[in-house]
Design a protein around this ligand. Sequence first.
Ligand code: GUN
Ligand code: FE
Length: 431
Amino acid sequence: GPVLHFLADPGEGDDPACWQYFEDGALLIENGLIRRCGTWDAVLRDLPNTTRYTARLFDYHGKLIMPGLIDTHVHYPQMRVMGAFGRQLLDWLNEHTFPAEESFADPRVADATASFFLDRLLANGTTTASVYGTVHAHSVDAFFRAAQARKLRMLCGKVMMDRNCPTGLRDTAATSLEDCSALIERWHGKDRLRYSVTPRFAITSTPEQLQVAGELFRSRPDMHLQTHLSENLDEIRFVQQLFPDSKGYLDVYDRFGMLGRGAIYGHGIHMSEAERARMAETESAIAFCPTSNRFLGSGLFDYPASTAAGVKVGLASDVGGGTSLSLLRTLGAAYEVGQSLGQVLSPWRAWYLATLGGAKALALEDRIGNFAEGKEADFVVLSLQSPAELQFRAEYTTRIDERLFALMALGDDRSVHATHVLGECVHKALS
Ligand code: GUN
Ligand code: FE
């Protein structure tokens, strides 16, 4: 079937050298890894004839095969607060989010939610995500067990928070160091799992705890870190009160050694040019959360300004602040944010953002993000036949760029025909 993947960011100019599209394409997969991606004829011609293959064939004629989608920032314990009515970030956290996370004191809640969450990710074509647990270490055990059973490439970390939150959700600098160290020992680098050091944000951690977070992040070269940055104006004012000596929000994290390759910051809406330059220089990334930023009224993220400054950007649902696990819907929202700013998010750049852009933002581009030889064969098969409005629209045009755009403007989980992990089909639509 048709195959599309990206080799680099097509940029503002939609440089066609940055993607490969094979109308009559094929993927050759061996032991769960991409062996060859190209036209059907080329892939067949190159089949090594010295080896006897017992091959299985998946025919996705009339569909569109793309690398598995990558959600660079999402909270699995917040599945039950998606779409919660109310005010902006800080009130939303206190009224809805913290109570939901408190229910994870019960490990059975964590187990049940982790399984439901991962099955919904796969139904939405998302095969890798950078995921927040709760403050409870067992929330991360539950998540990694469920991810390991599904053979997924996943990042997760225990939320660290030792102030400005309910007592039931509070750890300390010392206990968080102990818990994170044990989790890293247990899970980091096992199968396709990676640990991500996860201080919630500057408001909920003491300087002592941020110090621990920075040390854990720098303790191994392949360690990840995730937190929130410059999402909401009240949040930014509170951070300035708590850290009066810092030059700005990013500087708080910078002083504790939390910037670097593998570090990803959620939101990054209200940023100065100096802060963007500092992120670029340190190879830190931003997770663009368009549905969440609109739902919580946080502001409009300037994607072109960030990439122009050289900052790596990934796409993110940020559920439960975000309103959908679907990265198709999230791309639609990203496009609408661009429109509000007088910018255009082209379909090429959009699908780059949801695939290879996310892999780069998570420092996983050596493993996933496109169909380069040797990468892990996680992919999504998209259908232009569902929902019916998308089908009706897609029948009106044969242009691939128009169809890619229709998918992100009108598509959702109904447009996910199948999802494959390491070559194996793990989700198939009923129709
Ligand atoms: N800032 C700190 N915690 C959170 C959270 O859970 N969601 C969002 N959107 N922002 C946050
Ligand atoms: Fe978030």
